[in-house]
Design a protein around this ligand. Structure first.
Ligand code: AMP
Ligand code: ZN
Length: 500
């Protein structure tokens, strides 16, 4: 599989052949969540999309350094850059907690949800508050290069000077400085310190009641939201690296300003390829908590939402996400989820049937060899075409049809060689486990309720042990189940279990 990998680069608006900066290695930075509330399904879609990118690079044999940050300071309400409250500070104030308690709570919840969706952890997960000194250094470097100015303890990036010097501001989003002027005119009272409305804060002097604050040469304050990603990508991936990703709602102002900051500090742009995932919609509208148009992952799993008729398991939801290309919007509807549930089952069943097929031994090439090998090649070609997961899935489903015919005897197993059968088996396992990251949830739910029956029996035995205070037996059962990734929970309503 020596095909070239094509990536759609948002900087040029074109699909380009991926050539890594260092042979055999990929450095990738993706903007992580702002941890001030429970992670919503839109965020999950973006992280699943980049999880597949990460997995596929690894599958191709690249050594990947994947950095995905945690935003725990500086992201202001309404994505403003001055004059609004920090999202985390606000939550801390409302709940009378330490900001770091808020951060810890929602970061833990985020990590749990990533595990539920089988999203691999990044190699480095840096936090903005852990990199304040480096952020101060970058502000200083930008000031030293004459591309920022200080007013009353806050420091602003000078977009006019930047454009004069480098001739580009807005390369990624296509925004023009003049347009930004008219867009932001209404908000000028918050902008009074800025020389130009398109300038943005890189260091903000804290109000007396602001909770998160650090000393700097300019004031006691905190860094602007966009600065952390410039600083942490540079620190862990270098001044230039391969890929920067995020949802396409971050193109402007976040990523545009990141590029300006990196160029402003060290003279060149950070990432060579910018990848943007598209939004998750709910019944046709962007899923956003602020608009009351969202489903939380937990509601989706239990079915406890007016938008859906029943619960859907995490792997069905992951499969649903893979069924659309990461650059297309994905509209979550009950019907689409039902279709995804069928599709997921068909794929997993197909693989089970495939792995059970036996071959009498290699013979001459059969009449199906060429077609099956071509379809396998096509599935990889689909992935090499800007990570086209829906088309790769369609190729696998063509193969599932063949597998089912082989099983039913409509096609003879000797129509393919043993080598082809083995390649087919490996392809399915690689795609399902390594590239798509789909766990087999069917293992626990198939078999006509045998597993449920067994679990009921085991939990009953454990309950009896607990009733007679035989903790050794009860713990032994729980630990043995845990080793099988079955989590047992004791609650008020009795004992329940689920697959981790
Ligand atoms: P935030 O926590 O708001 O900073 O967002 C974390 C990540 O989720 C960013 O990459 C956003 O672009 C992405 N995101 C936010 N809303 C959605 C949505 N409705 N669909 C897909 N991605 C989203
Ligand atoms: Zn970012």
């Amino acid at each position: 599989m020596k095909n070239e990998l094509l990536i759609h680069n948002s900087l040029t608006g074109k699909k380009e052949v991926f050539t890594p900066l260092h042979e055999g290695r990929v450095g990738m930075y993706v903007c992580g969540p702002t941890v001030y509330s429970d992670v919503h399904l839109g965020n999950c879609r973006t992280f699943v999309s980049f999880d597949v990118v990460y997995r596929y690079f690894q599958y191709l044999g690249y050594k990947v350094r994947y950095v995905r940050n945690i935003t725990d300071v500086g992201h202001l309400e309404g994505d403003a850059d001055i004059g609004r409250e920090d999202k985390i500070s606000k939550k801390a104030r409302l709940e009378e907690l330490e900001p770091m308690e808020i951060v810890q709570r929602y970061m833990n919840g985020f990590h749990d949800m990533m595990k539920v969706f089988n999203v691999l952890p990044p190699n480095i997960e840096p936090r903005a508050t852990g990199h304040i000194l480096e952020q101060i250094d970058m502000v200083q470097a930008i000031l030293d290069n004459g591309l920022a100015y200080e007013v009353n303890g806050s420091v602003y990036f000078d977009t006019i000077k930047f454009e004069e010097k480098y001739g580009v501001y807005g390369q990624l989003s296509g925004r023009k400085i003049e347009e930004l002027f008219s867009e932001t005119r209404d908000d000028l009272k918050n902008q009074s310190e800025k020389r130009h409305p398109s300038d943005f804060a890189i260091w903000i002097k804290a109000d007396p009641n602001h909770l998160m604050r650090w000393k700097s040469p300019w004031s006691v304050g905190f860094p602007g939201w966009h600065l952390e990603c410039s600083v942490m990508s540079t620190k862990y991936l270098g001044e230039t690296f391969d890929i920067h990703g995020g949802g396409n709602d971050l193109k402007f102002p976040h990523h545009e300003n990141e590029i300006a900051q990196n160029i402003g500090a060290c003279g060149h742009a950070p990432a060579r390829y910018w990848m943007h995932g598209n939004m998750l919609l709910l019944n046709g509208r962007k899923m956003a908590k602020s608009e009351g148009n969202s489903i939380m992952p937990g509601e989706l799993f239990t079915g406890n939402s007016p938008h859906i008729s029943k619960g859907y398991s995490p792997m069905v939801v992951r499969f649903f996400m893979l069924q659309s290309h990461y650059r297309s919007t994905l509209d979550l509807t009950d019907e689409a989820l039902q279709a995804a549930e069928k599709g997921y089952r068909r794929l997993m069943e197909g693989n089970k049937v495939l792995q059970s097929l036996a071959h009498p031994g290699n013979g001459a090439a059969g009449k199906l060899d060429e077609e099956i090998n071509a379809t396998i090649d096509q599935a990889f070609a689909d992935m090499n075409d800007d990570f086209n997961t829906p088309r790769a899935l369609a190729s696998l489903f063509e193969l599932v049809t063949k597998i089912n015919s082989l099983k039913a005897g409509q096609l003879a197993i000797t129509d393919i060689t043993e080598d082809t059968l083995n390649r087919l088996k490996k392809t399915f396992n690689d795609f399902i486990n390594d590239i798509f990251g789909l766990r087999d949830e069917m293992a626990a739910t198939s078999g006509d309720g045998v597993i449920e029956g067994l679990m009921e029996l085991i939990l009953e035995i454990r309950q009896e042990a607990r009733a007679r205070k035989d903790w050794a037996t009860s713990d032994k059962i729980r630990d043995a189940l845990k080793a099988l990734n079955i989590v047992v929970k004791d609650g008020k309503e009795g004992t329940s279990w689920h697959l981790e």
